[in-house]
Design a protein around this ligand. Structure first.
Ligand SMILES: Cc1cc2nc3c(=O)[nH]c(=O)nc-3n(C[C@H](O)[C@H](O)[C@H](O)COP(=O)(O)OP(=O)(O)OC[C@H]3O[C@@H](n4cnc5c(N)ncnc54)[C@H](O)[C@@H]3O)c2cc1C
Length: 426
Protein backbone atom coordinates (compact mmCIF):
# COMPACT_ATOMS: atom_id res chain seq x y z
CA UNK A 1 0.00 0.00 0.00
CA UNK A 2 1.27 3.47 -0.81
CA UNK A 3 2.10 5.26 2.40
CA UNK A 4 0.90 8.55 1.02
CA UNK A 5 -2.84 8.42 1.53
CA UNK A 6 -3.66 12.03 2.24
CA UNK A 7 -6.18 13.50 4.62
CA UNK A 8 -9.22 11.93 3.00
CA UNK A 9 -8.96 8.87 0.77
CA UNK A 10 -10.07 9.71 -2.80
CA UNK A 11 -8.50 6.81 -4.73
CA UNK A 12 -9.80 3.29 -4.20
CA UNK A 13 -7.74 0.75 -2.25
CA UNK A 14 -6.93 -1.38 -5.27
CA UNK A 15 -5.43 1.47 -7.32
CA UNK A 16 -3.63 3.00 -4.33
CA UNK A 17 -2.08 -0.39 -3.68
CA UNK A 18 -0.88 -0.60 -7.28
CA UNK A 19 0.61 2.92 -7.06
CA UNK A 20 3.01 1.71 -4.34
CA UNK A 21 6.66 2.71 -4.46
CA UNK A 22 7.51 -0.90 -5.28
CA UNK A 23 5.31 -0.97 -8.38
CA UNK A 24 6.40 2.45 -9.61
CA UNK A 25 10.01 1.32 -9.22
CA UNK A 26 9.21 -1.80 -11.24
CA UNK A 27 7.62 0.33 -13.96
CA UNK A 28 10.80 2.40 -14.20
CA UNK A 29 13.03 -0.66 -14.25
CA UNK A 30 11.13 -2.31 -17.11
CA UNK A 31 11.74 0.86 -19.10
CA UNK A 32 15.45 1.13 -18.33
CA UNK A 33 16.68 -2.44 -17.90
CA UNK A 34 17.71 -2.91 -21.54
CA UNK A 35 19.84 0.24 -21.57
CA UNK A 36 21.68 0.18 -18.24
CA UNK A 37 24.97 -1.58 -17.52
CA UNK A 38 24.46 -4.36 -14.90
CA UNK A 39 26.39 -2.39 -12.23
CA UNK A 40 24.04 0.60 -12.65
CA UNK A 41 20.84 -1.45 -12.84
CA UNK A 42 21.87 -3.38 -9.73
CA UNK A 43 22.68 -0.18 -7.87
CA UNK A 44 19.33 1.31 -8.91
CA UNK A 45 17.48 -1.79 -7.67
CA UNK A 46 19.44 -1.91 -4.42
CA UNK A 47 18.70 1.76 -3.73
CA UNK A 48 15.04 1.28 -4.59
CA UNK A 49 14.85 -1.66 -2.14
CA UNK A 50 16.46 0.49 0.56
CA UNK A 51 13.79 3.18 0.10
CA UNK A 52 10.94 0.66 -0.07
CA UNK A 53 12.03 -0.80 3.28
CA UNK A 54 12.68 2.67 4.72
CA UNK A 55 9.17 3.84 3.77
CA UNK A 56 7.51 0.71 5.13
CA UNK A 57 9.49 0.32 8.37
CA UNK A 58 9.01 3.94 9.36
CA UNK A 59 5.46 4.20 8.06
CA UNK A 60 6.43 7.33 6.16
CA UNK A 61 3.61 9.43 4.70
CA UNK A 62 5.84 12.11 3.11
CA UNK A 63 4.70 14.96 5.31
CA UNK A 64 7.73 14.51 7.59
CA UNK A 65 10.83 16.70 7.85
CA UNK A 66 13.01 14.76 5.40
CA UNK A 67 16.19 16.44 6.69
CA UNK A 68 15.90 14.07 9.69
CA UNK A 69 16.45 11.13 7.32
CA UNK A 70 19.69 12.36 5.82
CA UNK A 71 22.09 10.79 8.38
CA UNK A 72 20.55 7.40 7.59
CA UNK A 73 20.88 7.97 3.84
CA UNK A 74 24.52 8.94 4.45
CA UNK A 75 25.17 5.59 6.14
CA UNK A 76 23.94 3.89 2.97
CA UNK A 77 26.17 6.07 0.79
CA UNK A 78 23.15 7.81 -0.70
CA UNK A 79 23.99 11.50 -0.20
CA UNK A 80 26.09 11.60 -3.38
CA UNK A 81 27.61 9.12 -5.82
CA UNK A 82 29.42 11.57 -8.06
CA UNK A 83 32.80 10.42 -6.74
CA UNK A 84 34.27 7.37 -5.07
CA UNK A 85 35.69 9.49 -2.20
CA UNK A 86 38.23 6.74 -1.44
CA UNK A 87 40.81 9.21 -0.10
CA UNK A 88 38.23 10.35 2.46
CA UNK A 89 37.58 6.90 3.90
CA UNK A 90 34.61 6.01 1.67
CA UNK A 91 34.74 3.56 -1.17
CA UNK A 92 31.56 3.98 -3.15
CA UNK A 93 30.83 1.53 -5.94
CA UNK A 94 29.45 2.29 -8.41
CA UNK A 95 30.24 5.99 -8.61
CA UNK A 96 30.22 8.70 -11.30
CA UNK A 97 27.48 10.63 -13.06
CA UNK A 98 25.51 7.55 -14.17
CA UNK A 99 25.52 6.20 -10.62
CA UNK A 100 24.43 9.64 -9.37
CA UNK A 101 21.57 9.55 -11.89
CA UNK A 102 20.48 6.16 -10.48
CA UNK A 103 20.67 7.50 -6.92
CA UNK A 104 18.51 10.47 -7.86
CA UNK A 105 15.95 8.34 -9.73
CA UNK A 106 15.48 6.04 -6.74
CA UNK A 107 15.39 8.95 -4.26
CA UNK A 108 12.89 10.93 -6.32
CA UNK A 109 10.49 8.00 -6.66
CA UNK A 110 10.57 7.71 -2.87
CA UNK A 111 10.24 11.43 -2.13
CA UNK A 112 10.69 14.20 -4.76
CA UNK A 113 11.21 16.99 -2.24
CA UNK A 114 13.94 14.99 -0.48
CA UNK A 115 15.67 14.39 -3.83
CA UNK A 116 15.64 18.08 -4.68
CA UNK A 117 16.51 19.42 -1.20
CA UNK A 118 19.34 16.91 -0.81
CA UNK A 119 20.95 18.14 -4.03
CA UNK A 120 22.30 21.25 -2.31
CA UNK A 121 24.69 19.17 -0.21
CA UNK A 122 26.15 17.68 -3.40
CA UNK A 123 26.71 21.21 -4.73
CA UNK A 124 28.54 22.17 -1.54
CA UNK A 125 30.68 19.01 -1.58
CA UNK A 126 32.02 19.44 -5.13
CA UNK A 127 33.90 22.76 -4.74
CA UNK A 128 35.42 21.70 -1.43
CA UNK A 129 36.57 18.46 -3.04
CA UNK A 130 38.34 20.45 -5.78
CA UNK A 131 39.95 22.90 -3.34
CA UNK A 132 40.51 21.14 -0.01
CA UNK A 133 44.33 21.23 -0.26
CA UNK A 134 44.40 18.58 2.49
CA UNK A 135 43.33 21.17 5.09
CA UNK A 136 41.92 19.30 8.07
CA UNK A 137 38.80 21.46 8.49
CA UNK A 138 37.88 21.12 4.83
CA UNK A 139 38.33 17.34 4.92
CA UNK A 140 36.16 17.29 8.06
CA UNK A 141 33.44 19.28 6.28
CA UNK A 142 33.56 16.90 3.32
CA UNK A 143 33.32 13.82 5.51
CA UNK A 144 30.45 15.23 7.53
CA UNK A 145 28.44 16.05 4.41
CA UNK A 146 29.17 12.82 2.51
CA UNK A 147 28.24 10.77 5.57
CA UNK A 148 25.01 12.74 6.01
CA UNK A 149 25.98 14.03 9.47
CA UNK A 150 25.60 17.58 8.19
CA UNK A 151 23.72 19.23 5.36
CA UNK A 152 25.41 21.68 2.96
CA UNK A 153 24.33 24.70 0.93
CA UNK A 154 25.83 27.10 -1.61
CA UNK A 155 25.39 30.86 -1.31
CA UNK A 156 25.62 32.65 -4.64
CA UNK A 157 22.31 34.46 -5.27
CA UNK A 158 21.63 37.79 -3.53
CA UNK A 159 18.42 39.79 -3.11
CA UNK A 160 19.60 42.29 -5.77
CA UNK A 161 21.78 39.95 -7.87
CA UNK A 162 20.10 36.84 -9.26
CA UNK A 163 20.82 35.98 -12.91
CA UNK A 164 23.57 38.61 -12.80
CA UNK A 165 25.34 36.64 -10.07
CA UNK A 166 28.87 37.71 -11.01
CA UNK A 167 28.25 41.35 -10.07
CA UNK A 168 27.70 40.53 -6.44
CA UNK A 169 27.38 42.94 -3.56
CA UNK A 170 28.34 40.74 -0.60
CA UNK A 171 31.72 42.04 0.53
CA UNK A 172 34.75 40.37 2.01
CA UNK A 173 37.59 42.29 3.59
CA UNK A 174 40.98 40.86 4.42
CA UNK A 175 42.17 41.31 8.03
CA UNK A 176 45.78 41.72 9.21
CA UNK A 177 45.87 38.07 10.41
CA UNK A 178 44.88 36.77 6.93
CA UNK A 179 41.27 36.03 7.87
CA UNK A 180 38.35 37.71 6.09
CA UNK A 181 35.26 39.50 7.36
CA UNK A 182 32.15 38.96 5.23
CA UNK A 183 29.12 41.29 5.21
CA UNK A 184 26.04 41.07 3.02
CA UNK A 185 22.92 39.10 2.16
CA UNK A 186 22.18 35.98 0.14
CA UNK A 187 18.79 34.59 -0.86
CA UNK A 188 17.06 31.40 -2.15
CA UNK A 189 19.70 29.01 -0.78
CA UNK A 190 18.39 25.46 -0.96
CA UNK A 191 18.71 23.93 2.53
CA UNK A 192 20.30 27.17 3.86
CA UNK A 193 18.44 27.14 7.20
CA UNK A 194 19.33 23.46 7.78
CA UNK A 195 22.94 23.62 6.62
CA UNK A 196 25.89 22.86 8.91
CA UNK A 197 28.34 23.87 6.18
CA UNK A 198 28.04 26.53 3.49
CA UNK A 199 30.12 27.56 0.50
CA UNK A 200 29.88 31.36 0.31
CA UNK A 201 30.95 33.71 -2.48
CA UNK A 202 31.84 37.37 -1.84
CA UNK A 203 33.83 40.17 -3.52
CA UNK A 204 36.37 42.66 -2.22
CA UNK A 205 34.89 45.29 -4.55
CA UNK A 206 31.13 45.54 -5.16
CA UNK A 207 30.03 44.56 -8.69
CA UNK A 208 33.51 43.36 -9.61
CA UNK A 209 33.45 39.61 -10.30
CA UNK A 210 37.21 39.62 -10.79
CA UNK A 211 37.60 40.19 -7.04
CA UNK A 212 35.41 37.26 -6.05
CA UNK A 213 36.51 34.87 -3.29
CA UNK A 214 35.10 31.51 -2.21
CA UNK A 215 34.82 30.52 1.46
CA UNK A 216 33.85 27.51 3.49
CA UNK A 217 31.61 28.56 6.39
CA UNK A 218 30.66 26.72 9.55
CA UNK A 219 27.10 27.95 10.07
CA UNK A 220 27.43 27.81 13.85
CA UNK A 221 29.80 30.80 13.69
CA UNK A 222 28.73 34.17 15.00
CA UNK A 223 27.71 36.47 12.15
CA UNK A 224 25.74 33.83 10.19
CA UNK A 225 21.96 34.22 10.25
CA UNK A 226 19.61 32.10 8.14
CA UNK A 227 15.87 32.73 7.86
CA UNK A 228 13.51 30.34 6.14
CA UNK A 229 11.74 31.56 3.00
CA UNK A 230 8.32 30.18 2.24
CA UNK A 231 8.09 28.64 -1.24
CA UNK A 232 4.56 27.22 -1.17
CA UNK A 233 5.13 24.80 -4.09
CA UNK A 234 7.80 22.92 -2.10
CA UNK A 235 6.61 23.23 1.49
CA UNK A 236 9.06 20.67 2.95
CA UNK A 237 12.25 22.08 1.41
CA UNK A 238 13.99 24.68 3.55
CA UNK A 239 15.08 27.59 1.35
CA UNK A 240 17.00 30.36 3.08
CA UNK A 241 17.77 34.04 3.21
CA UNK A 242 21.13 34.54 4.87
CA UNK A 243 22.57 37.64 6.47
CA UNK A 244 26.30 37.89 7.20
CA UNK A 245 27.34 40.40 9.82
CA UNK A 246 31.11 40.58 10.30
CA UNK A 247 31.25 36.86 9.62
CA UNK A 248 34.88 35.95 10.25
CA UNK A 249 36.46 33.40 7.91
CA UNK A 250 39.72 31.97 9.31
CA UNK A 251 42.54 31.35 6.81
CA UNK A 252 42.06 27.57 6.60
CA UNK A 253 38.52 28.10 5.34
CA UNK A 254 39.46 30.14 2.27
CA UNK A 255 38.74 27.89 -0.72
CA UNK A 256 39.58 30.56 -3.27
CA UNK A 257 41.31 33.89 -2.63
CA UNK A 258 39.89 37.12 -4.12
CA UNK A 259 40.33 36.73 -7.87
CA UNK A 260 39.87 32.94 -7.79
CA UNK A 261 36.21 32.84 -6.75
CA UNK A 262 34.74 33.54 -10.15
CA UNK A 263 36.47 30.63 -11.93
CA UNK A 264 35.68 28.38 -8.94
CA UNK A 265 32.02 29.36 -9.32
CA UNK A 266 31.97 28.60 -13.04
CA UNK A 267 33.77 25.27 -12.75
CA UNK A 268 30.83 23.89 -10.73
CA UNK A 269 28.04 25.08 -13.02
CA UNK A 270 28.04 22.23 -15.56
CA UNK A 271 27.77 19.61 -12.84
CA UNK A 272 25.08 21.61 -11.04
CA UNK A 273 22.98 21.81 -14.21
CA UNK A 274 23.49 18.14 -15.02
CA UNK A 275 22.40 17.30 -11.47
CA UNK A 276 19.21 19.29 -12.07
CA UNK A 277 18.72 17.33 -15.33
CA UNK A 278 18.73 14.10 -13.26
CA UNK A 279 16.07 15.56 -10.98
CA UNK A 280 13.92 16.69 -13.90
CA UNK A 281 14.11 13.34 -15.68
CA UNK A 282 13.35 11.53 -12.41
CA UNK A 283 10.33 13.76 -11.77
CA UNK A 284 8.99 13.12 -15.28
CA UNK A 285 9.35 9.34 -14.85
CA UNK A 286 7.74 9.49 -11.43
CA UNK A 287 4.71 11.35 -12.86
CA UNK A 288 4.46 8.96 -15.83
CA UNK A 289 4.65 5.92 -13.55
CA UNK A 290 1.71 7.28 -11.54
CA UNK A 291 -0.37 8.14 -14.62
CA UNK A 292 0.40 4.91 -16.49
CA UNK A 293 -0.65 2.74 -13.53
CA UNK A 294 -3.70 4.86 -12.79
CA UNK A 295 -4.92 5.05 -16.42
CA UNK A 296 -4.58 1.28 -16.78
CA UNK A 297 -6.91 0.73 -13.81
CA UNK A 298 -9.33 3.64 -13.66
CA UNK A 299 -12.53 2.89 -15.55
CA UNK A 300 -14.98 5.39 -16.98
CA UNK A 301 -17.82 4.53 -19.36
CA UNK A 302 -16.93 0.91 -18.59
CA UNK A 303 -13.45 1.10 -20.12
CA UNK A 304 -9.96 1.64 -18.68
CA UNK A 305 -9.26 5.29 -19.46
CA UNK A 306 -5.88 4.45 -21.08
CA UNK A 307 -7.89 2.93 -23.94
CA UNK A 308 -9.37 6.31 -24.80
CA UNK A 309 -7.11 8.06 -27.28
CA UNK A 310 -7.59 11.31 -25.37
CA UNK A 311 -5.70 9.73 -22.46
CA UNK A 312 -3.44 7.06 -23.97
CA UNK A 313 -2.01 9.15 -26.80
CA UNK A 314 -0.82 12.22 -24.85
CA UNK A 315 0.59 9.90 -22.18
CA UNK A 316 2.50 8.03 -24.90
CA UNK A 317 3.93 11.30 -26.22
CA UNK A 318 5.21 12.28 -22.77
CA UNK A 319 6.62 8.78 -22.32
CA UNK A 320 8.48 9.01 -25.66
CA UNK A 321 9.94 12.43 -24.80
CA UNK A 322 10.98 11.33 -21.32
CA UNK A 323 12.60 8.17 -22.70
CA UNK A 324 14.50 10.19 -25.33
CA UNK A 325 15.76 12.60 -22.71
CA UNK A 326 16.78 9.70 -20.46
CA UNK A 327 18.80 8.11 -23.26
CA UNK A 328 20.47 11.44 -24.08
CA UNK A 329 21.33 11.90 -20.38
CA UNK A 330 22.71 8.36 -20.09
CA UNK A 331 24.76 8.91 -23.23
CA UNK A 332 26.43 12.10 -22.02
CA UNK A 333 26.94 10.68 -18.52
CA UNK A 334 28.56 7.58 -20.06
CA UNK A 335 31.01 9.85 -21.89
CA UNK A 336 31.80 11.82 -18.72
CA UNK A 337 32.30 8.64 -16.68
CA UNK A 338 34.58 7.10 -19.33
CA UNK A 339 36.73 10.22 -19.56
CA UNK A 340 36.96 10.54 -15.78
CA UNK A 341 38.03 6.91 -15.53
CA UNK A 342 40.62 7.17 -18.27
CA UNK A 343 42.00 10.66 -17.58
CA UNK A 344 40.94 11.50 -14.00
CA UNK A 345 39.58 14.81 -15.31
CA UNK A 346 37.53 16.21 -18.19
CA UNK A 347 39.59 17.56 -21.12
CA UNK A 348 39.27 21.32 -21.60
CA UNK A 349 37.60 21.10 -25.03
CA UNK A 350 35.07 18.56 -23.78
CA UNK A 351 34.27 20.72 -20.76
CA UNK A 352 33.64 23.69 -23.03
CA UNK A 353 31.28 21.68 -25.26
CA UNK A 354 29.58 20.42 -22.11
CA UNK A 355 28.65 23.97 -21.16
CA UNK A 356 26.17 24.28 -24.03
CA UNK A 357 25.03 20.67 -23.61
CA UNK A 358 24.35 21.14 -19.89
CA UNK A 359 22.30 24.24 -20.72
CA UNK A 360 20.42 22.44 -23.49
CA UNK A 361 19.59 19.48 -21.29
CA UNK A 362 18.74 21.63 -18.26
CA UNK A 363 16.45 23.85 -20.31
CA UNK A 364 14.62 21.05 -22.12
CA UNK A 365 14.34 18.75 -19.10
CA UNK A 366 12.95 21.48 -16.82
CA UNK A 367 10.25 22.29 -19.38
CA UNK A 368 9.49 18.63 -20.00
CA UNK A 369 9.21 17.69 -16.32
CA UNK A 370 6.87 20.61 -15.62
CA UNK A 371 4.62 19.75 -18.55
CA UNK A 372 4.77 16.02 -17.83
CA UNK A 373 3.80 16.43 -14.17
CA UNK A 374 0.94 18.75 -15.08
CA UNK A 375 -0.35 16.58 -17.96
CA UNK A 376 -0.09 13.36 -15.95
CA UNK A 377 -2.00 14.95 -13.09
CA UNK A 378 -4.57 16.17 -15.59
CA UNK A 379 -4.91 12.68 -17.13
CA UNK A 380 -5.56 11.31 -13.64
CA UNK A 381 -8.42 13.76 -13.06
CA UNK A 382 -9.16 14.54 -9.41
CA UNK A 383 -6.86 11.72 -8.31
CA UNK A 384 -3.96 13.59 -9.89
CA UNK A 385 -4.45 16.78 -7.95
CA UNK A 386 -5.56 15.53 -4.52
CA UNK A 387 -3.05 14.73 -1.78
CA UNK A 388 -3.33 10.92 -1.93
CA UNK A 389 -0.21 10.37 -4.01
CA UNK A 390 3.13 12.07 -4.67
CA UNK A 391 1.62 13.75 -7.77
CA UNK A 392 1.00 16.86 -5.72
CA UNK A 393 4.67 17.02 -4.67
CA UNK A 394 5.69 16.49 -8.30
CA UNK A 395 3.43 19.30 -9.48
CA UNK A 396 5.05 21.67 -7.00
CA UNK A 397 8.68 20.69 -7.42
CA UNK A 398 8.59 20.69 -11.25
CA UNK A 399 7.27 24.25 -11.23
CA UNK A 400 10.44 25.66 -9.71
CA UNK A 401 13.03 23.71 -11.68
CA UNK A 402 13.30 26.25 -14.49
CA UNK A 403 14.50 28.92 -12.05
CA UNK A 404 17.24 27.32 -9.90
CA UNK A 405 20.68 26.69 -11.45
CA UNK A 406 20.13 29.57 -13.89
CA UNK A 407 16.75 30.45 -15.35
CA UNK A 408 15.40 29.31 -18.72
CA UNK A 409 16.44 32.65 -20.24
CA UNK A 410 19.98 32.33 -18.90
CA UNK A 411 20.27 28.85 -20.46
CA UNK A 412 18.91 30.25 -23.72
CA UNK A 413 21.44 33.06 -23.53
CA UNK A 414 24.31 30.58 -23.11
CA UNK A 415 23.00 28.51 -26.02
CA UNK A 416 22.60 31.50 -28.32
CA UNK A 417 26.13 32.68 -27.46
CA UNK A 418 27.41 29.23 -28.43
CA UNK A 419 25.53 29.38 -31.72
CA UNK A 420 27.33 32.67 -32.37
CA UNK A 421 30.72 31.16 -31.49
CA UNK A 422 30.15 28.20 -33.79
CA UNK A 423 29.09 30.55 -36.59
CA UNK A 424 32.31 32.50 -36.15
CA UNK A 425 34.29 29.31 -36.75
CA UNK A 426 32.74 28.84 -40.21
C1 LIG B 1 13.95 26.61 -5.61
C2 LIG B 1 15.17 27.42 -5.81
C3 LIG B 1 16.38 26.98 -5.32
C4 LIG B 1 17.51 27.75 -5.45
N1 LIG B 1 18.69 27.33 -4.87
C5 LIG B 1 19.74 28.16 -4.85
C6 LIG B 1 20.93 27.81 -4.10
O1 LIG B 1 21.01 26.73 -3.51
N2 LIG B 1 21.93 28.72 -4.04
C7 LIG B 1 21.88 29.93 -4.67
O2 LIG B 1 22.82 30.70 -4.56
N3 LIG B 1 20.78 30.26 -5.39
C8 LIG B 1 19.72 29.42 -5.48
N4 LIG B 1 18.60 29.78 -6.18
C9 LIG B 1 18.56 31.06 -6.85
C10 LIG B 1 18.48 30.97 -8.36
O3 LIG B 1 19.70 30.58 -8.91
C11 LIG B 1 17.99 32.35 -8.82
O4 LIG B 1 16.65 32.47 -8.39
C12 LIG B 1 18.11 32.51 -10.29
O5 LIG B 1 19.45 32.60 -10.65
C13 LIG B 1 17.34 33.75 -10.78
O6 LIG B 1 17.63 34.88 -10.04
P1 LIG B 1 16.43 35.83 -9.51
O7 LIG B 1 15.49 34.95 -8.77
O8 LIG B 1 17.00 36.98 -8.81
O9 LIG B 1 15.70 36.30 -10.82
P2 LIG B 1 16.15 37.49 -11.79
O10 LIG B 1 17.57 37.33 -12.16
O11 LIG B 1 15.71 38.76 -11.21
O12 LIG B 1 15.28 37.17 -13.06
C14 LIG B 1 13.91 37.52 -13.21
C15 LIG B 1 13.51 37.19 -14.65
O13 LIG B 1 14.29 37.95 -15.56
C16 LIG B 1 14.92 37.09 -16.47
N5 LIG B 1 16.23 37.67 -16.85
C17 LIG B 1 17.21 38.16 -16.04
N6 LIG B 1 18.24 38.58 -16.77
C18 LIG B 1 17.93 38.36 -18.07
C19 LIG B 1 18.60 38.55 -19.30
N7 LIG B 1 19.83 39.09 -19.37
N8 LIG B 1 17.97 38.17 -20.45
C20 LIG B 1 16.73 37.63 -20.42
N9 LIG B 1 16.06 37.41 -19.27
C21 LIG B 1 16.65 37.76 -18.12
C22 LIG B 1 15.09 35.78 -15.74
O14 LIG B 1 15.26 34.70 -16.65
C23 LIG B 1 13.78 35.72 -14.99
O15 LIG B 1 12.76 35.24 -15.80
C24 LIG B 1 17.45 28.99 -6.11
C25 LIG B 1 16.23 29.43 -6.63
C26 LIG B 1 15.11 28.66 -6.48
C27 LIG B 1 13.80 29.17 -7.01
Amino acid sequence: MSNKKGQVQCINDEILEKLSLKNRNKFLNYNLMSYLKPEHLNFLKKTQKFFERFEKNRNINHSEDFYDWIPELGKEGLVTRVHKFDNLGFNFEPYGMTAEFMRILATDFFDPQLAMGGGATVLAINPILFHHEDEEVRLKALKEMISGEKVGCICITEPERGSDAVHMLTKCEEQPDGSFLVNGEKIYQTSGPKAGWAVVYAVTEENNGNTMAQFLVDTSWEGWKAERINIPWTPRIFIGKETFTNLRIPKEYILGKPGEGRSHLFEGLNMERLGIVCLNVAEAWNAISHAAIYANMRKQFDQEILKYQGVGFPLSDLWAETMSLTLATLNIFGMIDDKMEQLGTLPKEFNLALMATASQLKCISAKLSERTAYECANLMGGAGVCDNTLMHDLLGVTRIQEIGGGTRQVQQYIMSLTLRQIFKLL
